[in-house]
Design a protein around this ligand. Structure first.
Ligand code: MN
Length: 501
């Protein structure tokens, strides 16, 4: 769906003329070497481009302006191999609109004890050169990521790579279009929000449509296209004979395929990256889109149910940041609890719309009643999800600002089979436990809708929230409820005051 190699990060080395051309050539050579190693690292999914060593305010300013206007540039990695007086950076950093990572590394890994002289000292001086650069970032109150360590170390490359993944998702959000079929589900609070503020701060734009606009496109789908897609369903999924050609439920499968093709055509034609539906507004649709949503999510579209555009955008961002990592990303909802000595658990599911990227094994295609919405029985995929650690994340409009809250959970297998449950699901134990995690989540105002993933990590989301300039709250094995509540109170003050700083 997405190729993160289309994106590039610019590697920028700061220095000054004081050192003379010979040293500067060596600085450039070392930078090139680091760039080639980072570019080839399996931890870094984007291209890493070498940029000439910067030694003047004019060159720095030009570089930052160039980065702003370069479509595929998702951010800068800045490193001060030598000393680069930071007043030179003010004009450029004032203009920079892309995220940046301050890479506090050193060309040489070890001190050459018997050889070290002043030439070595004057070349390998990021230990103090980067502190000068760090000061100006703090003085200017710039959002940036600081990574410290030697560039050949795998975990350091991984930290850089995780940041580039967040930067890809951030770049993807800028100018992104989200289609919203129907409005918010009536009276639901958490799925509402300020779309103007979201566009100003987060970069994406939500386009509202009547469901009739979609129905028009669905009605244009040909029978041949439907037949072709239905055949591929039977190749990909388990399905009973009732769903096959001549079976009593076959028409429902065809209707589901028609909806998928129409929805896909609509989203493609409008260049949308995410979408929402609502079961309260299905005029002209014969069934609630279930299978269609599951498959579009699998292919990289963000989704939020009941008009939830914030979660749709978040699921899309999580899809982008996890490209190429095993695991999967889905829309999710905390549905029902299992209070039991074996560990209190959450059963996560939705009416239909869980992405098959998180399925354990081959999904089963089923046509079953929905018992809500008053429409024909919708076709959907049913499956259990993989066991293992995962993350649930929710983005909220708190009125004056956005908040991102996440919980690390451990997905487990069910205590017993669930033969009558007609939806895809995941069963998990939240960290540190359900009692504290759910209390913390509720104090934070976390939604019932989430982006759920085995491949996205807290580090990805922290980086992403920092780029967006929004609050990030993590609930994990280290969470102490009373400390978490204090963090909420302090953050309320900080984010209120920070606007005036
Ligand atoms: Mn819901």
């Amino acid at each position: 769906m997405l190729d993160l190699k289309e994106y590039e990060v610019w590697f920028v080395t700061g220095s000054q003329h004081l050192y003379g051309p010979k040293t500067l050539e060596q600085v450039a050579e070392h930078s090139r070497e680091i760039v080639s190693v980072l570019g080839a690292s399996t931890h870094i999914p984007v291209q890493v481009l070498f940029k000439p060593v910067l030694t003047t305010p004019e060159a720095i300013r030009e570089l930052c302006l160039g980065a702003n206007s370069a479509k595929n540039c998702i951010g800068l990695i800045a490193w001060m191999h030598t000393f680069s007086p930071a007043k030179m950076w003010i004009a450029g950093l004032n203009l920079l609109k892309k995220p940046f990572l301050h890479f506090h590394t050193q060309y040489n890994s070890e001190i050459p004890w018997s050889e070290i002289d002043m030439n070595f000292m004057n070349l390998n001086q990021s230990a103090h050169g980067d502190r000068e650069f760090g000061f100006i970032g703090s003085r200017m109150r710039l959002n940036r990521k600081v990574v410290v360590g030697h560039w050949l170390e795998e975990d350091i490359q991984s930290d850089v790579g995780n940041w580039t993944r967040a930067a890809c998702a951030w770049a993807d959000w800028q100018g992104a279009k989200i289609a919203r079929f129907g409005d918010n589900m009536r009276d639901v609070a958490v799925t509402e929000g300020d779309k103007v503020e979201a566009q100003m701060q987060l970069g994406y734009d939500v386009y509202g449509y009547g469901v009739g606009d979609l129905v028009k496109v669905i009605n244009k789908v040909s029978e041949a296209e439907v037949d072709h897609l239905v055949q591929s369903y039977f190749d990909e999924y388990e399905a009973s004979s009732a769903l096959q050609q001549g079976g009593e439920k076959h028409n429902s499968v065809c209707e589901g395929a028609r909806i998928e093709i129409g929805l896909r055509n609509f989203l493609r034609a409008g260049n949308f990256k995410a979408f929402t539906t609502t079961f309260e507004d299905l005029h002209g649709l014969k069934q609630l889109p279930g299978l269609a949503v599951q498959r579009l999510m699998r292919d990289g579209y963000g989704f939020g149910a009941e008009g939830d555009w914030k979660t749709a955008a978040l699921v899309r961002a999580m899809k982008v940041m996890s490209v190429g990592i095993e695991g999967g990303v889905s829309f999710m909802e905390d549905y029902t609890y299992h209070f039991n000595g074996s560990g209190d658990k959450v059963l996560g599911a939705h009416m239909l719309e869980i992405c098959e990227s998180i399925a354990a094994g081959k999904p089963r295609l089923e046509v079953l009643p929905l018992s809500i919405g008053g429409k024909a029985d919708p076709v959907r995929l049913i499956f259990d999800s993989n066991a293992g650690p995962a993350i649930c994340a929710s983005i909220l409009d708190m009125g004056q600002r956005f908040r991102l809250v996440a919980n690390i959970v451990d997905v487990v297998t069910a205590d017993a089979p669930l033969p009558k449950l007609p939806v895809a699901r995941a069963l998990w134990i939240p960290r540190p436990n359900l009692k504290e995690a759910a209390a913390a989540w509720i104090y934070a105002g976390g939604a019932h809708h989430t982006g759920f993933s085995y491949s996205v990590t807290a580090q990805h989301l922290q980086n992403f929230a920092d780029m967006a300039g929004i609050e990030f709250l993590l609930i994990d094995e280290n969470t102490k409820l009373e400390e978490f509540r204090k963090e909420l109170r302090w953050n309320d003050l900080y984010y209120h005051l920070a606007k005036g700083l």
